[in-house]
Design a protein. Structure first.
Length: 328
């Protein structure tokens, strides 16, 4: 039975990836931080087959201990401080976890695999935020990186460190440059989930409006369940490499609002949406849209859920959740 260690097990992608690997017969270990992590119960309930190990990306010795216990064939480094807006106010801690944390886990894997550098296959969760002030449209693996946030800068560090460990030590280390992917498990601080929760509550008469930042922002949004499949496929390749994973389509926040409100039968949402500069960012990324050709050709990966399907899935989930919470 192959074994895998996932950092970031409590996050959106950690849960989907754990489900995928358990279904494939893997022995799955998840790294969980803190002495009383509030999301432990969620992980235990959602993926009861996962064995949780305590550790933190900032603590090399905890990573080494986790590797010794899990004896993994594959390590997926999904752990990060991942909210871009937060990274301006907390640039240092974002750099330490999202950037230096990658170096820590790479170094732990290198030390653990000292007898055979390719013993463990490693996945790094890189991001389209690395493209920032985009140098070409659509963005592909060879596009020059120009990050526009402390989060993006930290991801660039992790991305190049992963490539450096592959080239320096012969590690099977791959980097997935993933564009935005969402789901009913998305954190409520991200715009898609913020909108799906608000729309559900507005439909149920629990709130009147939602306050957002830049409505002109555009993103290449896919479904997280599809994207973890690409992560796994990367580690099944004979050679490690880097891949863009995206839909190749871009949509605005306005289009997202159209679809979300349509899902609850509201055609004109103008009275339900307000704007506040507090949700604007010091710098925005430009036209983010990815070219997934390499992932399609080499990995045989394709997305299953389209943008309207994704928005509908999220709003329907939140209608159900909010109805239960409100006792309706
Ligand atoms: P989430 O924010 O949902 O999850 C982040 C995870 O990182 C949580 O499990 C969190 O644990 C963990 N974490 C935070 N700090 C530490 C630490 N010091 N040590 C160990 N773990 C830590 O992110 P997603 O699931 O959405 O994303 C997974 C990865 O993919 C992230 O690295 C993200 O940056 C990257 N990514 C995501 C994209 C997306 O659209 N979702 C696109 C491109 C890249 P805790 O619960 O304890 O806080
Ligand atoms: P992003 O996701 O920054 O792309 O990072 P987010 O959903 O936070 O923002 C997307 C766009 O929406 C605009 N926006 C708002 N965003 C939030 N959060 N709240 C608002 O009220 C709001 N109003 C408008 C933003 O300005 C932005 O343009 C996500 C994370 O998962 C990263 O970890 C990952 O690397 C990238 O996706 C790819």
């Amino acid at each position: 039975m192959p074994s895998a260690l996932i950092t970031g097990i409590t996050g959106q992608d950690g849960l989907y990836l754990a489900e995928l690997l358990l279904a494939k017969g893997y022995d799955v270990y998840g790294l969980i931080r803190g002495q009383n992590n509030p999301k432990r119960a969620l992980v235990e309930e959602t993926v009861p087959g996962v064995k949780l190990l305590t550790g933190d990306l900032g603590d090399l010795s905890s990573l080494l201990r986790a590797l010794e216990v899990a004896q993994p064939d594959e390590v997926y480094n999904l752990g990060a401080i991942s909210f871009v807006a937060y990274s301006w106010e907390n640039a240092r801690v974002t750099s330490e976890v999202t950037g230096m944390g990658v170096l820590n886990i790479l170094e732990a894997v290198r030390l653990y695999s000292h007898d055979d550098p390719a013993k463990v296959r490693f996945y790094q969760a890189s991001s389209s935020e690395m493209f920032g002030k985009v140098q070409e449209v659509p963005q592909r693996e060879s596009t020059l990186l120009w990050p526009r946030s402390p989060y993006g800068v930290a991801k660039v560090f992790g991305h190049y460190m992963t490539i450096n460990y592959r080239e320096s030590y012969g590690m099977h280390a791959s980097s997935g440059i993933l564009f935005n992917h969402e789901s009913p498990r998305r954190g409520p601080e991200f715009v898609t989930r913020k909108i799906s929760i608000a729309v559900a509550r507005i439909a149920l008469g629990l709130q009147d409006h939602v306050t957002l930042g830049n409505l002109d922002a555009k993103r290449d949004w896919g479904f997280a369940g599809d994207y973890v499949e690409a992560m796994w496929r990367m580690l099944q390749q004979p050679e490690a490499d880097d891949y863009v994973v995206a839909t190749g389509e871009t949509h605005s926040i306005g289009e997202l609002l159209d679809l979300a409100f349509q899902a609850v039968g509201i055609d004109d949402w103008s009275g339900h949406v307000q704007q506040n500069p507090a949700f604007m960012r010091p710098a925005e990324v430009d036209l983010l849209v990815g070219d997934p050709s390499k992932a399609q050709d080499v990995l045989g990966w394709t997305r299953q859920v389209d943008f309207p399907g994704l928005v509908k899935m999220m709003v329907e989930n939140d209608l159900e959740e909010q109805r239960l919470l409100a006792g309706k």
